[in-house]
Design a protein around this ligand. Sequence first.
Ligand code: FES
Length: 258
Amino acid sequence: MPSVGLPSSELVAAEGIETQIRRVRVGDGHVLVARLTSGEVVAFAPVCPHQFTELDEATIRDGTLRCPRHGYLYDTRSGENIHPGRETSPENMWKVRPGFLPCYQVREEGGWISVSDDPSPPPLAYDPALEERPARGDGDDPAPVGAGAASPAAGGAPVAGGAPAAVEQSLKFLTAASGSTFEIRLPLVPRPGFSWRFEVVGELLQVVDEQFEPGYSPCHLVRVAAHGVGAATLSCIYAGEQGERAEVRTFIVRVQPG
Ligand code: FES
């Protein structure tokens, strides 16, 4: 468990509007840490699993984090979604798609806080199958990618060439075997200066190859290697040279023993 170099004295206990959430670097990524009023320190992913809002400005009450965007609630110890997940029937879960908040093990000793660089296992209540849209038969919502298997072309509305576009967001849940690689195909709609970029939270995933795949529907093929066991987040961002985002596709990947 690597030290994040955060002295205990710099993280005071406070919840509600006084929540002090600190962003710290762990490995190649970042996590957020906070001290609950009980004194316990919790660590969790920096973006909301619902629609990827940064959680630096979130609030915490009774150990429950509230995302500032749509008010989804997550348990900061287990990552379980509390609202709306607990009030939503299984057949409607795909409509709200709360996912889970990746959490990290924390150790505090000798006046310093350390955070594991691997996320803890998903909460028991989390079932990725419930969050998949039921098959409609029109082929516009691809199935999750299986370990080592190529995905169908990713769906969603294309970005109009050269025209300003709202940021399109999508979230998908995948499973991969540790030690395997899997592929994701992203649509390629020509837009000057724009390209796909990738951000990985945690060290379980690594983008090992990218290439243009020609054909009737040309796409950007990404090959990702999975290592270890746990959950990780891969964000695929279609962005311009100045960082302006046109589309974000985020994949929550559960890596299982190979
Ligand atoms: S983005 Fe966090 S609740 Fe919707």
